[in-house]
Write a protein that binds this ligand. Structure first.
Ligand SMILES: *[C@@H]1O[C@H](CO)[C@@H](O)[C@H](O)[C@H]1NC(C)=O
Ligand SMILES: *[C@@H]1O[C@H](CO)[C@@H](O)[C@H](O)[C@H]1NC(C)=O
Ligand SMILES: *[C@@H]1O[C@H](CO)[C@@H](O)[C@H](O)[C@H]1NC(C)=O
Length: 436
């Protein structure tokens, strides 16, 4: 027997509303909720055909939105660069003009560069070949980028544009540098991708994340890092999530700190430091959050106060520079505090191997005569870090050893495709029955 049209109409309406409510419940985006309410209020439909048409348009729109929310959220596996058993850096894949490269994922700089085919000092690195790309746009604009706090390493070359694929997202007309010299030719990775918050320095042109935002490729322009601690646990993998957070890598909540992004760096306020739970009364000081730096550097007086509480530590002098050394087997737990919380540095990560004098090793925290903090991987590998390009903030959460990434969650809200697909398919079937 053919079900009555009114009954089917009722079922369709119920399904769509149920679907809308389920989605709204999973979505903490106010705007999305408001759109649904507006739809219901304006639902002065005259004919059933119009009803179907509107609901199809509505479902389609919602589907597009979910697709947009969900599918670009991707995980980029990172390789943990090991030097003398230490975790010293993290790099991952990128495709530029159909050619694959590996680049350091660097929140402490803004620009993307890789070696040019003409480079003779770029070691065994992959070099860009313009003839392999139909979308390549050359320029005569030259560039110089400087890296390093204590050392000044410069990369020179000229700028170009091409299509870049980053974490599965295609970005057109991305400005990048073709380097004609390479001070990092001994490293495994070919170049650097800058993941700073604002394109005010360097090329002064949109970086990859700025273009992802400008080209509206993600609903949430955020990146999250789980930087592995292979020195502590050889199974710990490293990865970056794009557009979301891997909630399974996080224990507790992500606590955010507003960042000062005026000079194109992620600068937040470090409010204190502790050793074994006891405060050293560090004054609140700006700190640059930089995945592209290995160690942590801080104001000399605070770094001195920290080490005075680590039994057996002292300074040694080399090339007229003072360095802090600590017992290679120290169990002292240094923690750094921010508005949102206090985070322990894994003692194994604080010790830089091997021993430099007797049983003493280089400390992972060194003095910065400039007086600000620079938070490198010694700290960042001990937390899950989140860089929010929409709200100019940096979040930290406790993290754990991860043998593989999974369960990507967008905007802290779990997306549940099965519920959506079930009702979507059900709606289609009901509409089909109606016309049949
Ligand atoms: C580049 O990397 C992608 C993704 O890993 C892979 O599918 C593709 O085959 C690689 N291309 C080349 C030329 O190696
Ligand atoms: C680093 O070197 C470059 C080029 O040699 C120069 O332009 C820049 O000012 C130097 N930066 C610092 C901090 O010394
Ligand atoms: C942000 O940082 C810049 C550069 O370090 C500084 O001049 C400015 O005062 C800072 N702004 C705030 C609100 O702290």
């Amino acid at each position: 027997m053919r079900p009555s049209r009114i009954f089917i109409l009722f079922i369709i309406a119920l399904t769509v509303l149920l679907d809308a409510y389920t989605s709204a419940e999973q979505d903490n985006d106010q705007e999305f909720t408001r759109v649904i309410l507006t739809k219901r209020q304006n639902n002065n439909v005259q004919t059933f055909q119009e009803f179907i048409k509107r609901n199809f348009a509505y479902i389609d729109k919602k589907y597009q939105r979910l697709k947009k929310r969900q599918s670009p959220t991707s995980i980029i596996p990172l390789t943990d660069e090991i030097s003398l058993k230490n975790d010293v850096g993290y790099y991952g894949p990128i495709t530029i003009g159909n050619q694959n490269f590996t680049v350091t994922f660097d929140t402490g700089s803004l620009d993307l560069w890789i070696p040019d085919s003409s480079c003779t000092s770029c070691g065994n690195h992959n070099k860009f070949d313009p003839s392999k790309s139909s979308t390549f746009q050359s320029s005569t604009d030259s560039f110089t980028l400087s890296y390093g706090l204590t050392t000044n390493q410069s990369v020179n070359g000229f700028k170009a544009k091409d299509t870049v694929i980053f974490g599965g997202i295609t970005i057109t007309q991305q400005t990048f540098g073709l380097a004609t010299n390479d001070p990092f030719s001994d490293l495994a990775e070919d170049g650097i991708i800058g993941l700073g918050p604002k394109n005010v320095a360097g090329f002064k042109d949109n970086g990859v994340m700025q273009n992802i935002k400008a080209q509206k490729k993600l609903s949430n322009n955020i990146i999250g890092f789980h930087l592995g601690r292979k020195k502590s646990n050889s199974n710990d993998v490293s990865f970056m999530t794009l557009g979301g957070i891997d909630q399974t890598a996080v224990t507790g909540s992500v606590e955010y700190n507003n960042a000062n992004v005026s000079i194109g760096l992620w600068i937040i306020l470090l409010t204190d430091a502790k050793v074994d739970g006891n405060s050293v009364d560090a004054p609140p000081t700006p700190s640059i959050v930089d995945t592209g730096t290995t160690l942590v550097y801080g104001p000399s007086s605070v770094v001195g106060a920290i080490h005075s509480r680590i039994p057996g530590s002292k300074t040694i002098s080399q090339d007229s520079q003072e360095y802090w050394v600590i017992p290679c087997n120290t169990k002292s737990v240094v923690s750094l505090s921010f508005n949102g919380g206090s985070y322990n540095i894994d003692p194994a990560e604080l010790v830089m191997l091997p021993n430099v004098e007797g049983t003493l090793c280089l400390s992972g925290i060194q003095s910065n005569p400039e007086g600000f903090w620079l938070l490198g991987d010694v700290f960042l590998s001990s937390v899950y870090s989140v860089f929010d390009f929409d709200n100019n903030r940096v979040g930290f959460a406790q993290t754990k050893i991860m043998s593989s990434p999974n369960n990507v969650i967008s905007n802290g809200v779990k997306i549940s495709p099965p519920v959506f697909w079930k009702t979507f398919v059900f709606t289609l079937i009901m509409i089909f029955i109606y016309f049949y």
